[in-house]
Ligand binder design. Sequence first.
Ligand SMILES: *[C@@H]1O[C@H](CO)[C@@H](O)[C@H](O)[C@H]1NC(C)=O
Length: 310
Amino acid sequence: MLLKILFALSLLTVAAAIDDPQKQKDKSTKLPPCKACSVLVESFNLGLEKTKRGKHAGGDAAWEQEKLRSYKNSEVRFVEIQEQLCAEVKRGQDHCHTLSNEHETLLEDWFTHKQEEEPDLHSWLCIKELTVCCPPETFGPNCQPCVDCNSNGKCKGNGTRKGNGQCLCDKGYAGANCNDCDEQHYESFRDSTKLLCTQCHAACGDGGCNGGGPKSCRKCKDGWRMDTESGCVDINECVEQHRACKAQKFCVNNEGSFSCLDCDRSCDGCDGDGPDMCLNCADGYNRQDGKCVVEDIQSDETETTEREEL
Ligand SMILES: *[C@@H]1O[C@H](CO)[C@@H](O)[C@H](O)[C@H]1NC(C)=O
């Protein structure tokens, strides 16, 4: 009986793992070379951190210190780190495991002999030994310096052996060094170290603007027109373009355009939403207190009766 339950439980676990395709996909993701090495190093550093105090928490007696010192580069600690390596990694866990197996010797060599002289495992393993990464702000096979992106963009290949070192500017910025504003942005601040680009007003069309607000547009976007006083102003299509909507629809103006919405079913044409906005009543409806309502046979009869009484 117990065995049966255990079997059912294990099936459930397997089913749950298969049931989450996103998790499975993340786990088997293949990472680019520098990223993969960085993930492995991050996980190894986490292992170093977790085993920092050894198994003997506290205690500052000299012999405890000595024990900890020998533990620092010990096989025991290496195995402890190795056992948990890549366990917390979500994206590219499989790749992390493959890489850690492939380079176990290198990791052990660093752990046993190089921890002191080369304290940065990432630099030693990913940049020097495996030559898959570069120092920050450099790129490509020989780790050339990146183009200066003035903190308004990212260098393509930054910190890896790939890319071309050119800038990928942040939104709103343009130019090889991201030191200009793009067409739909204007310079709201510039000094020798900082440039701030701010988006033009929503009413501005091609050509952008030379400042904030609708008065600074060079041209107005469709649905807006230039007014000498106020700059670009919204065109109320519902008023300015008569019959903007087809029959059985009414017009609603919004910034830069307009929409046509369905009239109430009780209407034959309307000026707005609801049975009180009808131009005429639809077949089968009559006007009552300003609203179009379903024709009521009963009330017709009442009217007849009243007339007879008169
Ligand atoms: C390059 O990467 C480093 C981190 O590795 C980051 O701090 C820096 O901002 C990046 N620079 C560019 C220009 O992308």
